[in-house]
Ligand binder design. Structure first.
Ligand SMILES: Nc1nc2c([nH]c(=O)n2[C@@H]2O[C@H](COP(=O)(O)OP(=O)(O)OP(=O)(O)O)[C@@H](O)[C@H]2O)c(=O)[nH]1
Length: 152
């Protein structure tokens, strides 16, 4: 039998890392293309490709945060959005919990308000590198389309 002390936390004074909640939009065109954009300069992983979105503010739902972020970043207002998948990724800068929403309706013209670059992408993607936190979702999207696993 394992003694209780052997499995106790060796560093009880270190508090567990808190999750940063993030709302992420997978904007899908009728032809199946999805929108990716580059991380703006000055942010961790600047220049990496990501799905648009950002952190929830106090009191916001995922849908509200996503709607606000997409207006702030891209100048478009999304229609209904509900959570499709939830994933987590542990970066050196943050432990994030990503709430992924598929979005098929929006209004407005795309405007890169944070100096990003955007690209509509079919699978397999032609842009790289993509944020590591997005890999699982790329695999699910490929699976849904009957495509082989994404090579990353
Ligand atoms: N938007 C977005 N964030 C992602 C994706 N994948 C992923 O791991 N993340 C992580 O989720 C977090 C999102 O934070 P952010 O810095 O973009 O959020 P924000 O716009 O609210 O930032 P700010 O208020 O600090 O400027 C980052 O740690 C980022 O690395 C993705 O595909 N899209």
């Amino acid at each position: 039998m394992v003694a209780e002390t052997a499995i106790s936390d060796p560093s009880p004074s270190v508090p567990p890392r808190k999750h940063t909640e993030v709302a992420v939009g997978i904007l899908l065109r009728p032809d199946g293309a999805m929108l990716l954009s580059t991380r703006p300069p000055g942010k961790p992983y600047a220049g990496y490709w990501e799905f648009p979105g950002g952190k929830l503010e106090a009191g916001e739902t995922v849908e509200q945060a996503l709607r606000r972020e997409l207006i702030e970043e891209l100048g478009v207002t999304i229609g209904a959005a509900s959570v499709w998948k939830v994933t987590e990724h542990d970066y050196p800068h943050a432990l994030v919990r990503l709430h992924w929403c598929k979005v098929r309706e929006w209004t407005g013209e795309f405007e890169m308000r944070e100096g990003q670059t955007m690209a509509w992408q079919q699978m397999p993607l032609t842009v790289a590198p993509v944020l590591p936190g997005a890999y699982p979702v790329l695999q699910w999207l490929a699976e849904e389309r009957g495509l082989p696993p994404v090579a990353i």
